[in-house]
Ligand binder design. Structure first.
Ligand SMILES: *[C@@H]1O[C@H](CO)[C@@H](O)[C@H](O)[C@H]1NC(C)=O
Ligand SMILES: *[C@@H]1O[C@H](CO)[C@@H](O)[C@H](O)[C@H]1NC(C)=O
Ligand SMILES: *[C@@H]1O[C@H](CO)[C@@H](O)[C@H](O)[C@H]1NC(C)=O
Ligand SMILES: *[C@@H]1O[C@H](CO)[C@@H](O)[C@H](O)[C@H]1NC(C)=O
Ligand SMILES: *[C@@H]1O[C@H](CO)[C@@H](O)[C@H](O)[C@H]1NC(C)=O
Ligand SMILES: *[C@@H]1O[C@H](CO)[C@@H](O)[C@H](O)[C@H]1NC(C)=O
Ligand SMILES: [Zn+2]
Length: 928
């Protein structure tokens, strides 16, 4: 009898088993702790030959140790068909002690599958539980699912299978104790048609013929080290691969569909190098005998760090010299470095529970930037990523609806929502802060200690704090009276970050510092902001200009109750010199100075040797000034005067900081009559750098500094948006040249790094046939990065009918946009000032359909929201959206956090328009 798990109540009745236990009393969201899995033997047979019947069936044998007497075995299983008559239970110590399963029940709220046993299981005993299961290879991009690609030579669709288990989807593929602290070794055996390849975490042990099914084989893999279920992975596919093992190092292979194998060169070169760097950095060898990385055509996240079998979206692993820009290449490097860092942070040492997800993600994010920096120092990846993370978090964490890095988790949907900027970017930012205030030696020693101590086990953040405190005291990096826990709890357990108010006394050469939480919503009263953070204080003065030393000169402390203790700094210079706090932005806080200090800074920036201020601090000054003006703590006059110095700026990071901030203003003001002033201000700002970089001329091969490539890419994009100089004409002439090519899919004369700008500009200014041409290129392209660039550019049109058609085909699977990519198209339409209204209408009218389209990956749906939050600024539109949310809770389930952030951002825009619109218009009017 085969039954779906959810129908097992009926099956229990058929079997005549007692119904007494069916209404379960156990409703806690964690598994009981009476049992512990000691080992898994997992066999899975996968059928890929018939597209109408893509499915798998398997059997799992779990050795279970009994820690406390119990009458039931509770584990996770979801949407699996389980024939309960075939479940067996054996006491491994004595063959004649009989036990069995008397009844089963399903708790669908927590995905529990509960088996009551005939006799009590006694502490100390070890049982072998054997369970059969089967299901379809689903279409949902999680669990054990199907993916496909078109083989262009044979013109047929090829199917493959792949897993995605994090955070809680191993239970969709086989019954298991699906929590990260239940680690056990796994023996995986895959059955499939012999024309395919099977891959899993470990290398192949042996391959045997399948006696029952013709042309099928059984492929058994070596037993793994103890690991969490969410890191298990397997795939059956017909991919090609590229080996790239370094001498005397772990076997390393990179896999992709055969017609993309030539795009694997870059990843296969970079991967083993960064793996080796981590072995040195952590002082621990990679513990598995091999590592594979594989590009999956249908994939929801960016990549997944499965131990020994890392999976990626194509755009995150594949690189084509003919189609991928420098930005694309750096993305590949950074994601590989992130996933391989997880092999230690996450895989070897795992968080005890999802509350500390940030230990995985914050570390992998931070360590990845160290890895990329080590291998490509010319990219300045560490500076770039650090600033990028800070800019993101300054915004995100200034919302009242943000949350602490470490947060309680009780539901699977909450785990998914935790894979957010707070875990990744804020986690990484506070680790960088620690690295900078502890110094390299004690930071590394503390990490090594932690990794060694908890290898193959689980840890919480307090365990990390202990190891780091010991190392910090040993190397005298921290006063004996300080411990890492007190400092770091203020950063990981509290929401938000502080603004520090620096009030200088120029006669005495002192400054008084106070702190409070920084919030974008200005309606929240001072008294309600609260919060105190332990802040390492570093600063530079105009006289010394020492921006290299990031070691703290003093600390802002908090009292026992978390109250603020003001701090006075002495030995500051007199009234002719500025000071800048937070050298290299080592710590996540904003600074406001008194007016005199701001004026001194503006003087140096606009007339002095501004290059002597560290490039990250230049980015900081822009960011701080624009935020403070936004929230009304500073005058827009001061902020815009400061920003004007950019006419002299030739470095990437300050420009990036400026554009990210000015974009927020643009998104509002371009819908208002005063846009003219803003546009002219922007033209004046951008023209000098545009000309300095030779406009859109193809000068890339002559550029030595890689950051200048990024700068030119970014400036070109903004220059065309604001119609600076000859930007639009040059962009259009490149596009015309491409259209004139007889074989445009093979030959593209547009410089790779300028393609996003050239395509978007030409579509915006162009005709229907320009759009159709690009859409055809999309369909023909074999490179994920190129496809993404095109998807985004197609949204630049100003034709309502084209945008409407594009919206509809975005959500039509037959049209060739994969579900995982649909949000790029949607975002592009919705960020377009004309498309915005169409997209908003579409979203609000079709929210049920969109919810079902993405289900259960609500995270992807939440990516549709930022264009709405950033462009809504009228009170009435805000109210409309609020009512829409209230009326449609059911179709926004799992997006609660994203919705709150959206509403709060809209509210801050409404406030901005009311408070600042006139003031800003007036100040820039005098500057243009
Ligand atoms: C299963 O056993 C555990 C531990 O003995 C107990 O806490 C739990 O309530 C039981 N569950 C059910 C559904 O009986
Ligand atoms: C669970 O199974 C049902 C019935 O086969 C199917 O409709 C549903 O999509 C499945 N859900 C998941 C999450 O796989
Ligand atoms: C590929 O096959 C499809 C139908 O399966 C057909 O419509 C299409 O024309 C074929 N393409 C080529 C290039 O043969
Ligand atoms: C390879 O590594 C082993 C053990 O780490 C070492 O003894 C041996 O010298 C290395 N061989 C080469 C060629 O580096
Ligand atoms: C700071 O470090 C940079 C690069 O390491 C060096 O060129 C510069 O001279 C240093 N500046 C000071 C003031 O020590
Ligand atoms: C910050 O400093 C300014 C003077 O520069 C003062 O007016 C303001 O009240 C201070 N804010 C806080 C929160 O201390
Ligand atoms: Zn990660």
């Amino acid at each position: 009898m085969k039954l779906l798990a959810t129908l097992l109540v009926a099956s229990a009745m058929l079997l005549g088993v007692s119904m007494a236990s069916i209404s379960s009393s156990y409703s806690y969201y964690r598994l009981p702790t009476a049992l512990r899995p000691k080992k898994y033997d997992l066999r899975v047979l996968t059928h890929l030959e018939n597209p109408e019947e893509l499915r798998f069936e398997g059997n799992v044998k779990i050795l279970i140790e009994v820690l406390e007497n119990t009458k039931n075995i509770t584990l996770h299983a979801k949407n699996l068909t389980i024939d309960e008559a075939l479940i067996t239970l054996k006491d491994t110590s004595s063959a004649d002690k009989k036990n069995c399963i008397s009844s089963t029940e399903v708790n669908s709220q927590h995905d529990f599958y509960v088996m009551q046993t005939c006799n009590e299981l006694l502490a100390g005993e070890v049982y072998e539980l054997s369970m059969p299961f089967s299901a379809d290879l689903n279409r949902q991009l999680e669990g054990y699912y199907r993916s496909s690609y078109l083989d262009p030579v044979a013109n047929v669709t090829r199917w493959l299978s792949i897993t995605q288990f994090e955070p809680a989807s191993a239970r969709l593929a086989f019954p298991c104790f699906d929590e990260p602290n239940f680690k056990a070794p796994f023996v995986v055996t895959l059955g499939y048609h012999k024309k395919y390849t099977g891959l899993s975490n470990m290398p192949v042990k042996e391959i045997k013929n399948n006696d029952q099914i013709a042309d099928y084989i059984w492929c058994e893999f070596l037993e793994s080290v103890p690991m969490s279920t969410y890191l298990i992975a397997y795939s059956v596919n017909d991919f090609a691969h590229k080996p790239s093992t370094l001498p005397n190092s772990t076997l390393f292979r990179t896999w992709a569909r055969p017609n993309a194998i030539d795009q694997c060169d870059y990843a296969s070169g970079f991967g083993p190098k960064v793996l080796q760097y981590y072995e040195d950095l952590f002082g621990i060898k990679f513990p598995l005998p091999k590592i594979d990385q594989i590009a999956i055509p249908d994939f929801s996240a960016g990549a997944m760090e499965n131990w020994g079998l890392v999976t990626y979206r194509e755009i995150a692993l594949l690189y084509s010299a003919a189609h991928s820009s420098l930005v694309d290449k750096q993305r590949v490097a950074s994601i590989i470095a992130h996933e391989l860092a997880h092999q230690w942070f996450g895989n070897l040492v795992t968080m005890k529970w999802w509350t500390d997800l940030w230990l995985n993600e914050g570390f992998a994010t931070y360590v990845a930037s160290l890895g990329v920096e080590n291998i490509n120092p010319e990219w300045h990846a560490l500076e770039q990523e650090s600033l990028g993370n800070l800019l993101t978090i300054f915004r995100r964490d200034a919302l009242e609806s943000s949350h602490p890095i470490s947060r309680p988790i009780e539901m699977v949907s909450e785990i998914s929502e935790s894979f957010d900027q707070i875990s990744y970017q804020k986690g990484s930012t506070v680790l960088r802060m620690m690295h900078m205030f502890l110094g390299d030696e004690s930071f590394r020693a503390g990490l090594q200690k932690y990794l060694l101590k908890y290898s193959y086990g689980n840890a919480e953040q307090d365990n990390l704090w202990e190891s780091l405190t010991e190392a910090a005291h040993k190397y005298r990096a921290l006063p004996k009276s300080y411990d890492i826990k007190s400092i770091m709890d203020s950063w990981t357990l509290q929401t938000g970050y502080p603004i520090i108010n620096v009030t200088r006394n120029y006669e005495q050469g002192t400054a008084k510092l106070t702190q409070e939480r920084y919030l974008l919503n200005t309606q929240i009263a001072r008294a309600a902001r609260g919060g105190c953070w332990w802040v390492p204080l570093s600063y530079a003065t105009q006289g010394e200009q020492d921006f290299n030393n990031t070691a703290p000169k003093a600390w802002m402390e908090c009292d026992k109750n978390g109250g603020v203790l003001p701090k006075t700094i002495t030995d500051l210079p007199g009234n002719d010199q500025w000071v800048i706090f937070n050298t290299q932005l080592s710590t996540l806080y904003k600074v406001n100075y008194d007016e005199r200090n701001w004026k001194l800074l503006i003087e140096t920036l606009t007339n002095g040797e501004f290059e002597r201020i560290h490039v990250i601090n230049r980015a900081q000054l822009i960011d701080d000034a624009l935020y403070l003006a936004w929230t009304g703590e500073q005058d827009y006059e001061i902020a815009m005067r400061l920003v004007e110095y950019l006419q002299r700026e030739r470095e990437y990071l300050p420009w990036k900081s400026a554009f990210e901030n000015l974009k927020r203003i643009k998104n509002i003001i371009r819908q208002t009559p005063n846009y003219e002033f803003f546009k002219r201000y922007m033209q004046k700002l951008i023209a000098p750098i545009y000309l300095h970089l030779n406009g859109l001329n193809d000068t890339f091969s002559g550029i030595e500094q890689q950051e200048q490539v990024l700068l030119k890419t970014m400036v070109g994009n903004w220059a065309c948006q604001y119609q600076v100089e000859d930007c639009i004409e040059v962009a259009q002439s490149y596009y015309r040249a491409w259209r004139a090519e007889p074989k445009p899919d093979e030959k593209n004369p547009v410089p790779i790094n300028l393609r996003p700008t050239v395509y978007c500009t030409s579509i915006r200014q162009g005709s229907d046939s320009d759009w159709q041409f690009l859409w055809t290129r999309y369909k023909n392209s074999n490179v994920a990065a190129e496809k993404r660039t095109i998807l985004t550019s197609l949204g630049c049109s100003r034709e309502v009918w084209l945008l409407q058609r594009y919206l509809e085909l975005t959500f039509d699977p037959k049209e060739g946009i994969r579900r995982q990519d649909s949000m790029w198209a949607f975002q592009a339409i919705a960020y377009n000032e004309i498309g915005f209204h169409l997209a908003r209408e579409y979203f609000m009218n079709n929210v049920d359909f969109i919810y079902k389209f993405y289900h259960p990956i609500t995270k992807d749906m939440s990516r549709l929201l930022p264009p709405f939050s950033e462009q809504t600024f009228l009170e009435s539109d805000f109210e409309d959206f609020k009512n829409f949310v209230t009326a449609n809770r059911g179709s926004l389930k799992g997006l609660e956090q994203a919705i709150q952030q959206t509403l709060e951002t809209m509210l801050t825009n409404v406030q901005w328009k009311q408070r600042n619109y006139r003031q800003l218009s007036r100040s820039i009017e005098t500057m243009i």
